[in-house]
Design a protein around this ligand. Structure first.
Ligand SMILES: [Zn+2]
Length: 232
């Protein structure tokens, strides 16, 4: 456990300092943000680091504010450490709350097929949709699924593409049925829409018809309608 204090500090777990070959009080540590897989490497040599901090007494370590900002790390959050054998480096990530997989409902499979949303584990981490989709894009290939985030679309041929109200999620596969793909696509599309409304980047009053038309299934349309009336 490495909980973030109100000053943005953790007590660096001794086990991980040992793996780094020991860290002395006053020694500088360097942070390397890996946006794609949402982790931060900590090294003793600077390399191309994004930021740095000194190990303080009692093994206190301040997680630099840019790192905290990028990963939305708040006081009370917990960091999870690991070791990357390929890079020979210790890393940490924000420990996420685990939720029951919304697609397979903890089964790890959808009918006879593996559930790729939770990678057959039955649970998913609670995180912003973009982080989840980015990871899913990389792993869905091994399940014979293609996932895309579409930002622009042509309304008419021979016309310049226009930016969509919110990114459109598209799932294509020859293995999974259309009904399954539409359910999963809608689950993510619904989250994209909800997050855009919550952060104020999407005006729901003005574009409600267009928003609802981005969804395929009645289930998600009803679920969004219910969410909208509860949040308006
Ligand atoms: Zn699942």
């Amino acid at each position: 456990m490495a909980k973030i204090s109100s000053k943005g500090q953790i007590t660096f777990p001794a086990r991980w300092m040992k793996i780094m070959g020991g860290v002395a009080t006053g020694e500088w540590l360097f942070f390397h943000i890996q946006h794609a897989n949402q982790i931060v490497y900590i090294t003793k040599d600077s390399g191309h680091s994004d930021s740095c901090a000194q190990l303080l007494g009692q093994n206190f370590l301040t997680i630099p504010s840019d790192v905290r900002k990028w990963f939305k790390i708040q006081p009370g959050d917990d960091l999870k450490f690991g070791y990357d054998a390929n890079r020979e480096a210790v890393y940490f990530k924000k420990r996420q709350v685990l939720l029951t997989c919304p697609v397979c409902n903890e089964l790890g499979s959808i009918g006879e097929l593996p559930c790729f949303v939770c990678e057959e584990t039955g649970s998913v981490e609670k995180e912003p949709w973009l982080n989840e989709i980015t990871r899913l894009m990389m792993k869905s290939r091994s399940y014979n699924v293609s996932l895309s985030i579409i930002g622009h679309e042509r309304v008419q041929e021979n016309q310049a593409p226009v930016q969509l109200l919110v990114p459109k999620i598209q799932l294509v596969s020859s293995t999974y049925s259309t009904a399954i793909l539409e359910t999963i696509q809608d689950y993510y599309q619904g989250r994209v829409i909800r997050e855009a409304i919550e952060d104020g980047s999407l005006n729901v009053q003005e574009y409600k018809t267009e928003i609802v038309s981005m969804l395929r299934t009645d289930f998600e349309k009803d679920s969004l309608e219910a969410w909208l009336s509860a949040n308006s």
